[in-house]
Design a protein around this ligand. Structure first.
Ligand code: SF4
Ligand code: SF4
Length: 501
């Protein structure tokens, strides 16, 4: 019926003078946009299927292709935008929940871009990181409240298990199932090469990746997929996933068609069945319940591994974090509403949760006010895009950050935001063997190492400019930040002064 016709959002522009009909685009596009028309003797496109992933554009040998946003438009206004109208048509046609991937794209404020960094001038000279030592090594875990000595005066070691990071960056939880084997291999090997950690997400740990255990954080989520004693003991740390920034308050869903033999073995579920993780942990309804799980996991791993509790940034986040700090957890990870996902209901992704910047500042302040900041480390997540965001996160109180989308971009993701379809043309968010092969883990590792190394250089440069030579001195140092374009309440929550003050 004509009412169902929606003009495609993107147009495929083919320069026919350059196109040599080599059909590379046809082979590269898993969405079957391109095909060779024998009658016409040239390539044609069905742009209604294009998700603007740039795979064909990147691999066209004659640079004959480009994808442009259509200028076809609804008679929209500020209230009824083209997006809003299209979504109503789609739901009226299907009766279904709209699904999306990656992070919240709505134009809410990005507070990182409203915070400016200080630099030394005249007094308190800057430090040249090329000539002077600069410490970006970070330890995550409980710090001892006091120094304890035995009767002979010797120090009694009372340090809880720690994670040691060469730079305060880790790769966020992304499950095997939501991303491919080769993407996981790249993250695991890059974490090892960099001296940092990657996170299995809730999909279990593939047998091949046990060798990277010392650089692995394993997740225990509400579905308990792939959780067993060896899984816990292989890892450097265990993360209890209570929430995720892209979809706070709901569980996860990996469709059965993505659950092939390897994923079924890793997740310990039958092949072809939907992997549905419930919204709550059915054994956690209070901080006391959480404490029981924290200590069960510690007990199962002989008190050798730090336990992380990951939550989504929501309205009452500071009080929640205070409870988690008292539950015995070693690290709290907070995921802001711009955090990515392989699939989430669009309405939830775009409307639930709060910005990581405000959540982080509120949590750090609350833990300090209550005198329990040393009992937990704080990891910030949810769209850390650059070394500047990283530095600002640490100055707002984070001990380290998780990066997910930035890591996928390094692997070749073009943010087409169609991960939920399982046809990622870059071999990242797919389980189709022909597509997975497109991601070469050797290249993936190199690109991830390059990204994090570049951020490390930039971080040191900015810290040097501020006259700071260690992460320790930057952490929670909000005097090093100034706000711009922020109202009084926002400045108060962020704990920063206005530029010029
Ligand atoms: S979906 Fe990607 S590969 Fe296919 S036509 Fe669009 S940009 Fe090209
Ligand atoms: S991972 Fe793949 S499918 Fe997902 S946004 Fe990136 S390129 Fe698109």
């Amino acid at each position: 019926m004509a009412v169902d016709f929606l003009y495609p959002p993107y147009e495929v522009i083919r320069n026919m003078d350059r196109c040599i009909s080599c059909r590379a685009c046809e082979r590269q596009c898993a969405n079957e946009v391109h095909k060779y028309d024998v009658d016409f003797g040239h390539m044609v496109s069905d742009e209604s299927k294009c998700v603007n992933c740039h795979r064909c554009v990147s691999l066209c040998p004659t640079r004959a292709l480009k994808i442009v946003k259509t200028d076809h438009t609804f008679k929209e206004n500020a209230n009824w935008t083209g997006k809003a109208i299209t979504e109503v048509y789609r739901q009226a046609g299907t009766g279904g929940v709209l699904l999306s991937s990656m992070g919240n794209p709505e134009p809410y404020p990005i507070y990182w871009d409203k915070l400016l960094i200080n630099a030394s001038q005249v007094t308190n000279p800057s430090i040249d990181p090329l000539r002077e030592p600069m410490e970006t090594r970070t330890f995550l875990g409980k710090k001892p409240g006091k120094i304890v000595r035995d009767e002979t005066g010797r120090l009694v070691p009372n340090l809880a298990p720690q994670l040691e990071l060469s730079i305060p960056v880790m790769f966020s939880a992304m499950s095997y199932g939501s991303i491919s084997y080769n993407a996981h291999a790249s993250l695991a090997r890059a974490a090892q090469a960099l001296g940092i950690y990657y996170n299995t997400g809730e999909g279990g740990l593939h047998q091949d990746f046990y060798q990277y255990g010392p650089n692995t954080i394993v997740q225990v989520a509400s579905g308990r997929f792939g959780v067993h004693k060896d899984y816990l003991n292989t890892a450097a740390a265990i993360e209890i996933k209570m929430g995720q920034g892209a979809k706070p308050g709901i569980g996860g869903h990996l469709p059965g068609l993505k659950v092939g033999p390897d994923i079924s073995r890793t997740r310990m579920i039958p092949e072809g069945t939907d992997a549905i993780s419930p919204a709550p942990h059915h054994d956690i309804y209070s901080i006391e319940d959480l404490r029981q799980l924290v200590f069960s996991l510690k007990e199962a791993t002989n008190y050798q591994k730090p336990v992380i509790v990951k939550i989504a940034a929501v309205h009452n986040v500071a009080a929640i974090a205070s409870g988690i700090a008292r539950s015995g957890a070693d690290i709290i990870a907070i995921d802001g509403y711009r955090g990515g996902t392989g699939a989430a209901p669009t309405r939830i992704r775009d409307n639930v949760g709060i910005p990581i910047e405000l959540a982080l500042a509120a949590v750090d302040q609350r833990l300090r006010d209550e005198g329990i900041r040393d009992q937990v480390s704080v990891v910030a997540a949810g769209s850390i895009r650059s070394s500047a965001d990283l530095l600002k996160a640490i100055a707002l109180g984070a001990d380290a950050v998780y990066i997910g989308t930035a890591a996928l971009l390094a692997l070749g993701c073009h943010l087409c935001r169609s991960c939920q379809a399982g046809k990622c043309n870059w071999g990242i968010a797919t389980q189709r063997p022909d597509l997975v092969r497109r991601l070469n883990p050797d290249i993936g590792v190199q690109r991830l190492v390059n990204l994090v190394t570049a951020w490390d250089h930039e971080l040191k440069e900015m810290m040097g400019g501020m006259g700071i030579n260690s992460i320790e001195a930057l952490r929670g140092n909000r005097l090093m930040l100034r706000g711009i374009g922020l109202n009084q309440k926002e400045l108060e929550i962020l704990g920063v002064k206005y530029a010029g003050e």
